[in-house]
Design a protein around this ligand. Structure first.
Ligand code: HEM
Length: 159
């Protein structure tokens, strides 16, 4: 699987230029799409500022902060493509934290869909089927580890 990741542009041609050039676009597409897919996710973010509308929430500092956190995790995965196992403990712990704040593992997949949507909108014709598959593979590794941590935390609480 790692050959697929590396050959089809997760690391090679897309990520760093995209991060540098399109921060606004990343936030806009990624978060806008996420709440389009599941508006109830908004309630999981405990804002100190009040959210009059989805647009207000999207612009709130707490939410933008979380988008940045998501992108930092993706960036760490891109930087460690050759050794994603080195992120295992971090990702397990991240999964545990999300279990603790009431985020379900299915929601991780929606973030993945939003990420792909953002890439599609940003890359246009450069968003090819192999490139999509490569990102999907990488994100699946991240989510699988987070989901394991999530499940472990749930089991601990059931004991
Ligand atoms: C729809 C799915 C998700 C929801 C609703 C969600 C929600 C949250 C919430 C409520 C927090 C705690 C408050 C905060 O720090 O903002 C949090 C923390 C965090 N989330 Fe998510 N999250 C989701 C998916 C993800 C994914 C997929 C990633 C990474 C790939 C991620 C990365 C992080 C990080 C790095 C933190 C900080 C953890 C820490 O404090 O150490 N989140 N998330």
């Amino acid at each position: 699987m790692h050959d697929t990741l590396i050959d089809f542009g997760v690391r090679v041609n897309v990520w760093q230029p995209l991060l540098r050039a399109c921060t606004f676009r990343i936030v806009w597409y990624l978060s806008g799409r996420l709440f389009e897919l599941d508006p109830t996710l908004l309630t999981l973010f405990h804002y100190t500022t009040s959210c009059g509308s989805t647009q207000d929430c999207l612009a709130s500092p707490e939410f933008l902060d979380h988008v940045t956190k998501v992108m930092l995790v993706i960036d760490a995965a891109v930087s460690n493509l050759d050794d994603l196992l080195s992120l295992e403990d971090f990702l397990l712990n991240l999964g545990r934290k999300h279990q603790a704040v009431g985020v379900h593992t299915q929601s991780f997949a929606l973030v993945g869909e939003s990420l792909l949507y953002m890439l599609q909108c940003s890359l246009g014709p450069a968003y090819t089927a192999p490139l999509r598959q490569a990102w999907l593979n990488m994100y699946s590794v991240v989510v699988a580890a987070m989901s394991r941590g999530w499940a472990e935390n749930g089991e601990d609480k059931a004991d």
